[in-house]
Design a protein around this ligand. Structure first.
Ligand code: ADP
Length: 319
């Protein structure tokens, strides 16, 4: 293997830059030329490709976002679009491709490998919704960002003796709400994986109020229920006015945590080793603090196991 490409695709995540840096540096260390593809699969189709040297990835390990930019590509979902992408790879002499992204990007990688392109997928998404890996790059940073917000909201919530509903990202996965909720001492954590009873939420609010609790944080994972509907329902049931804070895109930015930088660095270097060893169509993951690889198609068919022990713990500790 003499020349490989790297791209970031789908939603960005803090730590993607650390992964790019590791791929470029580990590639150069192993005498492999690394080409950076801008704007994900869309950039690949358009031939937005440039050589990356050692200094092209200097001073980025600590930065959020992705220096390669990211995009969503409708064209790439078509056979014709993918044919163009494969032609571009041939023209540039790129023998292997590392894709940093979420499940959609992995589906794209799977299609490319079916067409004979050597691909390695690195899980980069704040949602932590890739079922085969304990963690994805960006998740830990997002949890820390949310935790910081909870801490600040708790101050004003306490001063005004108000309840607050904090809506966080995660699409169909409640991990951000769950982990930040536990770390932030939230009174209720509502996630799509577990049905919740609005009466339990209201009971906690009423009981908390009567025992002089000054704040009440309700963590709501997007994909569970509408925050404003929840606010309305709480008011109608128990007459308590909860504030709503939708954190939004703040969760996708910021300097990656040490955990994400280390995970990204390890996975980037692992991807190079995997390609050198002739592996293809592999998804990288982490389990018990060890990086591993598995068939990308199989990884995509797995079902995410919700961490119900941690969920139960948040309920026990928030009585
Ligand atoms: P993420 O990787 O963060 O889950 P998306 O789901 O938006 O983000 O996927 C990113 C890109 O991957 C899409 O814009 C598309 O180009 C490509 N992609 C997604 N699903 C498929 C698919 N089934 N076949 C081919 N390409 C896909």
């Amino acid at each position: 293997m003499k020349k490989i490409g790297v791209l970031t695709s789908g939603g960005d995540a803090p730590g993607m830059n650390a992964a790019i840096r590791a791929i470029v540096r580990a590639g150069i260390y192993n005498n492999i030329e690394v080409m950076g593809v801008s704007r994900g699969y869309e950039g690949l189709i358009n031939g937005e490709i440039k050589h990356m040297d050692v200094s092209s990835v200097a001073d980025i390990i600590h930065k959020g976002g992705t220096i390669l930019k990211t995009a969503r590509s409708e064209q790439f979902k078509t056979e014709e679009g993918r044919k163009k992408a494969i032609n571009v790879l041939e023209v540039f002499g790129i023998e292997g491709l590392v894709i940093i992204g979420g499940d959609g990007s992995f589906r794209g990688a799977e299609k490319l490998s079916e067409a004979g392109v050597k691909t390695i997928g690195i899980p980069g998404t704040i949602d932590n919704d890739l079922p085969y890996s304990e963690f994805t790059i960006g998740f830990d940073t997002a949890v820390n960002t949310v935790l910081d917000a909870i801490t600040k909201i708790r101050d004003t919530s306490t001063s005004h003796e108000k309840a607050t509903i904090i809506e966080v990202m995660g699409r169909h996965c409640g991990d951000i709400a769950l982990y930040s909720g536990l770390a932030g001492g939230a009174e209720s954590v509502l996630v799509p994986e577990e049905e919740f009873d609005i009466n339990d939420v209201c009971k906690k609010l009423v009981q908390g109020k009567s025992r002089g609790k000054l704040h009440n944080i309700i963590m709501l994972a997007e994909g569970t229920s509408d925050a404003y509907e929840l606010q309305k329902e709480i008011f109608e049931r128990v007459g308590i006015e909860a504030r709503v804070t939708v954190l939004g895109f703040i969760q996708r930015g910021g300097n990656p945590s040490s955990f994400d930088r280390i995970l990204a660095s390890k996975m980037g270097a692992y991807a190079i080793d995997a390609l050198i060893n002739g592996k293809s169509s592999r998804a990288l993951g982490i389990k018990n603090n060890k990086i591993f690889d598995m068939d990308i198609a199989e990884a995509l068919t797995m079902e995410k196991q919700f961490d119900s022990d941690t969920y139960q713990l948040t309920n026990i500790l928030s009585i």
